[in-house]
Unconditional design. Sequence first.
Length: 684
Amino acid sequence: MKVDKGTDDALLSHRGSVKVTITPCQPKVLTHLPKRPPVDIAFTDLNYSVKEGSKNNVKTILKNVSGRLKSGELTAIMGPSGAGKSTLLNILTGYKISGMEGSITINGHERDLSQFAKLSAYIMQDNQLHGNLSVEEAMNVATALKLGTQISKQEKTQVIQEILETLGLLEHIKTMTSNLSGGQKKRLSIALELVNNPPIMFFDEPTSGLDSSSCFQCISLLKCLARGGRTIICTIHQPSARLFEMFDHLYTLAEGQCIYQGSTQQLVPFMATLGLVCPSYHNPASFIIEVSCGEYGDYVRKLVAAIQNGKCDIQAGKPFPQSEQLNNADVDKKINNMQTATVSESGQGNNILAYAHNDIVKEPTAPTGDGVVIPIELSPVDSDKQPGVTTNLLDDTLPTSTQRYGTSELNQFWIVLKRTLLFSRRDWTLMYLRLFAHILVGFLIGALYYDIGNDGAKVLSNLGFLFFNMLFLMYTSMTITILSFPLEMPVLIKENFNRWYSLRSYYMAITVSDIPFQAVFCVLYVTIVYYLTSQPPEISRFIMFLSACLLISFVAQSVGLVVGAAMNVQNGVFLAPVMSVPFLLFSGFFVSFDAIPIYLRWITYLSYIRYGFEGTALATYSFGREKLKCYQVYCHFKSPSTTLEELDMLDADFRLDIIALIVIFLVLRVSAFLFLRWKLMSQR
């Protein structure tokens, strides 16, 4: 981004006698993006509380804050750690909805979250990107999902080229996302959300983890986006003086309350009226943070009263009338008056406090020159008109479409499916390591149990092979899902919240995408071990054996999805094997069904390992198999029926085992979806 100096409309710093000027960049005109209306956001008396501890103690994070965020401006939400910056941003985006009280209006009307989500984009602090995609591929997915089928492929290509050129990523179009620098990843995150031209964009700590040069480039980009008519809102912890001068509007929080709202140019003069003089050559952003932390005394209460907890908006370009310094007695008097007005709500609720030569002005009828005071109902107010007069900015242009996403759910499913298949092909762990493990273990097991399947003296060893076969298929399918699925959660949360696709489409895509790979790996493994261990060389028995093994791997994969959706990686890796122990104990291998106490037999009906083991045993020894070969004087298990009788499987039904595995598979898949939806909602 190019920064020019010395123009008339430059932003001026207030650091002593030194004046550093930075010209706002010219807005980038993205001609191929869909046209969207500018949007103003206003909020009044926002409260947000959370429960903490086991005693249901309630902690209030935001305390009756109000404010107004306008289109065409770059707004910074600042404050010390724990002041409520991210909480306020999450509430404004609609990401946090529970525990919130207050009113949020969009262009003068109460916010409808469903419609608001179509107008906004939330770029979170961490760059939630898929490292296995190139820049071009990531942009293709975003345009396909956000712009739908109404726009031709050629127009989508033009949109991508235009956005990448504007954001300086065109030369990296073939670069894999994992190979981008921090600043480039941040710009790509913006580019992905810019394809449908949202008029409101929220950024949580956009400069986090970037060097000073990348920080300046990032804020310059946000400045250009704001100059294009968008409402750009970002939280920032403590910007440098150079970055601070680039912001148009500042909203500062301390202890969950607003201590300043207005132009960055007016911050230092406003603070001076309260006796807080910013030292020469001192960063105003650092100064307001130091004040909010109490380094200059207890001024938070006075600042909250002066700015009316966000109801007063100190406008840029207008002289600040407070020429004389307020003493503490004057400020305390104003605080008491404001508290009295707040308590007396009936008939007094519309009394607006405003600074005008140390007097309290009630319902002003003309601009006072010191800033715009937002009415209690927080309808947008045009600064050139009378305060208190509601103006419906572009009310008729706001979208009223009932379509929740940019394209149909079937198209979403197809796009996400193709993307997931591409991930699998490029993911060395998910694809090639699994393939290598199945082939290697297949040959290892085949060598260990070589040629025992038709030997009557080695039936017990063959049963051990059948059980270990279930164990291997279960753990390889389960653990890889537990490890990989939670890593997808941050990207899923971002893309689902920003309305890329529905949760149903995403879940169906990941369900379908991995089944072919898991089936191929399982077929390779079973083919190797079945032949090397000399199981019955009949195609019907092989198909039954293979079907039981396939269903076990699919069910175990579903268990991994449930655990991965409900828990994080650390808890899932520990709990999933522990949760599988009861299913293993009641599988019928260690203890026969008759030997299990009556009050515990119900667990065997829930054990999918039991159905898989029983299915493979029936495929091997049932259906009228001839007597086994015996190379010793006496073989107790020479007759297959003897083996089934020992396992208490004489009356077992193979079809029932297959049906039970299918039912468990469906129940687990539905449960994983419900857990996933619950986890997404719990984040909010």
